[in-house]
Design a protein around this ligand. Structure first.
Ligand code: F3S
Length: 755
């Protein structure tokens, strides 16, 4: 079920009819993004035009991908859905939980020792429910997806923001939270606001030191980290056709860094070559039959301003290599200005580490281009001044690169080859001395460079660039080195100028691998037992949340009235808490510990109204729950902004919170609350936020008449016995009210499955 050519065939078979229907309703030439969206409507062929940036639309994605950190809770939830198998081809990838320290073999063994319980759980649950499992060391989710599953014109969701990487093969691939993945795996529709469209026209051709990475580094500089929000970025033009498929993947990957919903490219020869090289000539054969549908209409690309909401043009022939950072991926500096800017800004000029890898830049082509620089250094008696590390993107890439001598070249330059995994890109880097928090510079080919991301040191200045530039800069060891113009002094005192990189798009002898690390799920998983030890610290089977008894809920106490910004990080922190992502009770000990209490303005300190004593938020919630007293959370504007992690809704639910009442919600979090069977309500009159007192008791007066578009009345009983009613709004439709009644959306899915 993990790779399904019949599924791809079925998708392409419906393309002509659905595109024809879309043409009728849209009534103008179509972009590629619209074609993919309109062919993946949950309700079949389009009978109405959707408003870009306005309409909420139900889609039917073709695939689901999950990584190990997010898959745990997604799969624990899926286990509750009462399904025997996933409804769409799905895979899980063990790539985040592997630390980089000593080198691939030792690090992988260490991770197996530490995380075996989680890996075994993922392996058995995947096996049972028909989900392909890529074992630790098999590779980074998005590289593996590109090599095995992505296909032109498809739609995929994944529980990782860089799922968008699959746009390199012409998909609409979107990062989501685990609860969304569960819906799709359980055979339910997936909702998305119909995106706006940004067109990026690429002219010219890359040459010299400029790489695909520089396209997105440039775009990030233009659009900034927010510029793509709510948009699909569609690349087109002769320049786009000249890029390799993995290079396109790099560009789409970092679309996440400009906030884009996703990015994509039209089907072309580079995709044909890549699909064939990765053993998928059958996909090419099918795609060729509908090739016109797998790219935007010619009229769209001829006059893009008429069809896109925004258009950017970049001439690849004139594009300069870029280095972006530090601390944000949109601070773009062309290489010829980097030294000057670095000195002016006081960035440390000595580069301590050069790192190549991550889902952004770990393809075979990436390694060949970086190796061509490394080889020159070896041949011309240069040594790396910086430490140098490589994380290959997949075992297939690693095996082939080793066979072709690429890894040997890096090792000749004293590079450490780390596991085929995320490693330093997700802070899984045991970097010696990082705890001293010294100011220093590193340069890498990853996508994100926020403070502390790679090594936990807030003073590490991390710069993002192409793999070949990482190699050159690691050899020079200086941020003010420009390989296009500058020379280096070798062992013999000679001045050496590095030639521009050369690379091979695809291995001349083809890809090869002995054990790709894939576990095919059982055909019939009904006999497979998923083992979760009752005393496990890391994993806990979920028990269904209780259904609502249909009565007005009363006697509620205030858990916390959050003041100001309250993101999902404030509600469910990451960092060390990542360890408990598969254990709802343990991770609930971080519930709202980052939120500022409106009374006293402290974090993680609220008054327990049962004792009158101050306590931590999770402990206070547990005290109310133990006493059988329901609680509420009150918040300000845009409550729950940030990531789509469902833990931020599941934790309060688990701790007995009934309702979250705020001035306004971030949309995904509001949906997550609804899915977990909670009440996400907003003040009809924002000023009523001020009426909520720390020691109030709360009663719903008409919740028993809960209905779409009908306000809910909340009675506040103040400590002096006085009472006042406030009105609350909600956006629940009848389906979502059914989730609340059932206790959660999952309970409803299970009820239907058992019916
Ligand atoms: Fe992994 Fe970093 Fe990509 S964490 S999935 S390599 S962004």
């Amino acid at each position: 079920m993990a790779f399904d050519i019949d599924m791809i065939k079925a998708v392409y078979e419906r393309y002509p009819e659905r595109i024809a229907a879309a043409r009728k309703v849209v009534n103008k030439p179509l972009t590629l993004s619209e074609k993919i969206l309109y062919t993946h409507l949950w309700d079949g062929a389009a009978d109405t035009e959707f408003k870009r940036g306005g309409s909420y639309v139900d889609f039917a994605p073709d695939r689901v991908a999950m990584q190990d950190a997010t898959a745990q809770m997604a799969l624990l939830q899926f286990m509750q859905a009462g399904k025997d198998k996933v409804a769409v081809p799905s895979t899980a990838h063990a790539d985040h939980l592997i630390q980089a320290k000593l080198g691939a073999d030792k690090d992988l063994q260490e991770s197996l020792n530490k995380n075996n319980e989680v890996f075994n759980f993922l392996s058995s649950v995947c096996n049972k429910y028909g989900i392909g499992f890529w074992k630790p060391g098999a590779g980074i989710i998005h590289q593996v997806v590109l090599e095995n599953y992505a296909f032109p014109g498809g739609m995929m969701i994944g529980t990782d923001s860089h799922t968008v990487n699959a746009g390199g093969l012409g998909m609409v691939a979107i990062g989501v939270g685990g609860a969304d993945a569960v819906d799709v795996m359980a055979g339910m529709p997936w909702e998305l606001k119909f995106p706006k469209l940004i067109g990026v026209k690429l002219t010219g051709k890359l040459s010299g030191w400029t790489a695909s990475k520089d396209v997105i580094l440039k775009v990030a500089g233009i659009l900034t980290v927010k510029g793509g929000t709510g948009c699909i970025v569609e690349y087109f033009g002769e320049g786009a056709k000249s890029l390799s498929a993995t290079g396109k993947g790099t560009i789409c990957n970092m679309g996440a860094e400009i906030g884009a919903t996703t990015s994509t490219f039209g089907y072309d020869d580079s995709m044909r070559r890549y699909l064939k090289a990765t053993d998928r000539a059958d996909v090419v054969e099918l795609a060729d039959k509908v090739a016109d549908h797998l790219t935007g209409d010619p009229e769209v690309y001829a006059e893009p301003e008429k069809y896109f909401d925004q258009v950017i043009e970049i001439n690849l022939s004139e594009l300069m290599p870029h280095v972006n950072g530090p601390f944000t991926p949109d601070l773009a500096t062309p290489i010829d200005k980097l030294g000057e800017v670095a000195k002016k800004e006081g960035w440390p000029l000595d580069i301590e580490w050069g790192l190549i890898g991550s889902c952004t830049n770990s393809s075979y082509e990436d390694l060949t281009r970086a190796a061509s620089i490394a080889k020159q250094a070896v041949d011309k008696k240069l040594k790396t001044k910086s430490d140098f590390g490589i994380n290959p993107g997949s075992e297939q890439v690693r095996f082939t690169a080793e066979r072709d001598g690429l890894l040997g070249v890096f090792e000749d330059l004293d590079a450490t080859i780390f596991t085929n995994a995320c490693g330093p890109c997700i802070g899984q880097w045991d970097r010696a001395g990082a705890d001293k928090q010294e100011k220093n510079t590193i340069i890498h080919s990853f996508n994100r460079n926020f403070s502390k991301r790679a090594d936990g040191n807030p003073n590490t200045h991390a710069f993002v660039t192409s793999p070949e530039l990482v190699a050159a800069m690691a050899i020079a060891g200086r941020l003010d080195f420009n390989p296009l113009t500058d020379t280096l002094t070798n062992e013999d005192g000679e001045q050496i100028k590095l030639d521009p990189p050369t690379g091979t798009e695809l291995p001349e002898k083809g890809f090869d691998v002995e054990d790709n690390g894939y576990q095919e799920p059982a055909k019939d998983g009904s006999g497979i037992e998923v083992v979760v030890k009752p005393d496990s610290e890391r994993l806990q089977l979920l028990t269904p949340f209780k259904e609502w008894d249909g009565k007005n809920i009363s006697g509620m106490r205030l858990l916390i009235k959050a003041f100001g910004k309250c993101t999902t990080d404030h509600i469910s922190m990451a960092g060390p808490w990542l360890r408990y992502r598969g254990h709802l009770d343990n991770i609930s000990n971080n519930c709202l510990i980052g939120a500022v209490n409106a009374f006293g303005k402290a974090t993680n300190e609220v008054v327990n109204q049962l004792t009158g004593e101050k306590g931590e938020v999770p402990a206070t919630a547990r005290a109310y729950k133990a006493a059988g007293i329901p609680s509420i959370v009150v918040g300000d504007h845009n409550y729950g902004e940030g990531s789509s992690r469902e833990h931020a809704a599941m934790e309060p639910r688990h701790l007995g919170v009934i309702a979250v009442i705020v001035k306004s919600f971030a949309r995904i979090h509001e949906t997550n609350l609804k899915k977990q069977g909670m009440l996400g309500l907003t003040f009809a009159n924002e000023a009523d936020y001020e009426k909520i007192k720390e020691d109030d008791t709360f009663n719903f007066l008409d919740l028993d008449q809960f209905a779409p578009d009908k306000q809910i009345t909340l009675e506040l009983v103040h400590a002096d016995g006085s009472k006042e009613d406030i009105k609350l709004n909600h956006t629940y439709n009848s389906q979502q009210i059914a989730w609340f009644k059932a206790g959660s959306a999952l309970n409803l899915i299970r009820e239907k499955a058992n019916a």
